[in-house]
Design a protein around this ligand. Sequence first.
Ligand SMILES: *Cc1c(COP(=O)(O)O)cnc(C)c1O
Length: 227
Amino acid sequence: MHKIAIHLMQVRNRIDSAAASCGRSVDSVQLLAVSKTRPPADIRAAYAAGQHRFGENYLQEALDKQQQLADLDIEWHFIGPLQANKTRPVAEHFAWVHSVDREKIARRLSAQRPASLPPLNICLQVNLDSEASKAGVSLAELPELLDSVAELPNIRTRGLMAIPAPRTDFEHQREALEPLATALLRLRASHPALDTLSMGMSADLEAAVAAGSTMVRIGTDIFGRRD
Ligand SMILES: *Cc1c(COP(=O)(O)O)cnc(C)c1O
């Protein structure tokens, strides 16, 4: 068995037991394999092991890989920082964008989404720890951003995404993520279609599932450490 297939199985088992231990159904948590910096061969190995949803951070790298993997039926997610002058290829070549943090980006993605494709799924990225180095809207500004993007015709706002500052133990990790889950619950009162909490990486997968994640984004524990 390929080592990526073994790692994938281990990650799926971690998701299943994390879900079971807090009474959630195992299919309520989706796995996004984060393949940034990894060669197409690694993506092929994961695909052959049943993983069809991949996340990429760097636009040019992602477009190159999409070309080389055009024979596979991959659902591509853009999860990296997104500049306004780079939105068109993202609107044209991805199914999801997790890193929308301002109205201008959402407007451009909607305007540039080809009519031949279904609406682009987006998550609003929230800067939970107010870190200057990270993108994301504040929790305070989130409702206004959501209202301003919710009616855009060619995007479908699915939920929230966050990358909290690293914490080493389960309880602190869970506490750090809970405000995102609480925010989603509140926003659902006025936006019932919201169904996605994109949170949880290799180091805090279990805490993210406990806090209500519906999509964990896992790179290192599937593909190995990045250089
Ligand atoms: C790299 C990355 C991940 C994956 O992180 P790992 O710790 O390697 O699992 C998840 N989300 C985002 C936004 C990333 O940039």
